[in-house]
Design a protein around this ligand. Structure first.
Ligand SMILES: C[S@@+](CC[C@H](N)C(=O)[O-])C[C@H]1O[C@@H](n2cnc3c(N)ncnc32)[C@H](O)[C@@H]1O
Length: 270
């Protein structure tokens, strides 16, 4: 009997946002088309690699906060990206080894690296869904979700640097609302999102580089991102530049807002 192996078309001739991000973070999973598009985007917005690192740091701080301060032990991470250590489950399980994480992404390259995301602590659990934020009901119906998370207990939905890849015509607001509607009271939404508010010309250059590579993207202003939190209670300090969200002191000080150009926030479902 042959083993069940999924074959995936990685389309290495085209840039992919997950592989461009991996390149910007100094990872190893990218091809010439990804590097060329990432270089073009960075020429247009030199802050992009700084923003990518700031996003990872925001993810780490916020996940630690959710486990330590809010007692959350379940996560649904949509738009996971190529594994970059420490991954979300490593941060959460370092705080609480019984934490359970469901990862989801629609890029086949992430699927091929999912094994690294499945190295859970023995007490906890992780799963990977090949799923699309634009089809939230299909994502929610995946049997691995119910097998991994107890949907009668709070879950943190994490959307880090993901939603700006879903333009309005795909109704990202409806998709996030559908996911949050399914999660019980006391659940959380953690979101970070690129914005043109601080350096519109540079950000629009970067968006143009993604579009030129055939990648859909839509950056949003502060007031354009806020509705993702409709019906939820935004926790202090609100929707802020990610480096201002519960910052940790470093000897270097925060980078310029124009280099970060990402808002982030954490909200609780009443
Ligand atoms: C910039 S990466 C962010 C990765 C990770 N969340 C982080 O912050 O390090 C964006 C990810 O979102 C994924 N993505 C984009 N559109 C998506 C969609 N409609 N459904 C699921 N994932 C999506 C991409 O494949 C990519 O892996």
């Amino acid at each position: 009997m042959g083993s069940m192996r999924q074959t995936v078309d990685l389309r290495v001739d085209k840039p992919h946002s997950a592989r461009m991000y991996d390149y910007l973070l100094g990872g190893k999973t990218h091809y010439p088309a990804d590097r060329a598009a990432a270089v073009k985007a960075t020429e247009g917005w030199p802050g992009l690699p700084t923003a990518a690192r700031a996003n990872r740091a925001f993810l780490h701080r916020a996940v630690r906060y959710l486990v330590r301060e809010a007692g959350v032990r379940q996560f649904l991470d949509v738009g996971t990206g190529i594994p970059t250590s420490p991954n979300l489950h490593e941060v959460a399980q370092a705080e609480n080894p019984s934490a359970r994480i469901v990862y989801a992404d629609n890029d086949p390259i992430v699927l091929t690296h999912a094994r690294a995301l499945l190295r859970s602590s023995p007490q906890g659990r992780t799963a990977y869904l090949d799923a699309d934020l634009r089809e939230p009901n299909t994502l929610l119906e995946d049997p691995q979700l119910a097998a991994t998370l107890d949907l009668s207990e709070p879950v943190a939905l994490t959307l880090i640097a993901t939603v700006h890849f879903v333009p309005d015509h795909h109704d990202p607001f409806g998709a996030v609302a559908t996911l949050m509607d399914t999660l019980p009271s006391g659940s959380y939404l953690l979101l970070s999102h690129a914005t043109p508010d601080f350096s519109p010309e540079e950000i629009n250059n970067a968006v143009a580089a993604y579009h030129a590579g055939g990648i859909e993207a839509q950056v949003r202003s502060y007031s354009g991102i806020l509705p993702f939190f409709d019906g939820l209670h935004l926790l202090d300090p609100g929707l802020v530049v990610i480096t201002d969200w519960h910052p940790e002191t470093t000897p270097f000080g925060p980078p310029a807002k124009s280099d970060v150009s990402f808002y982030g926030g954490l909200a609780r479902k009443p």
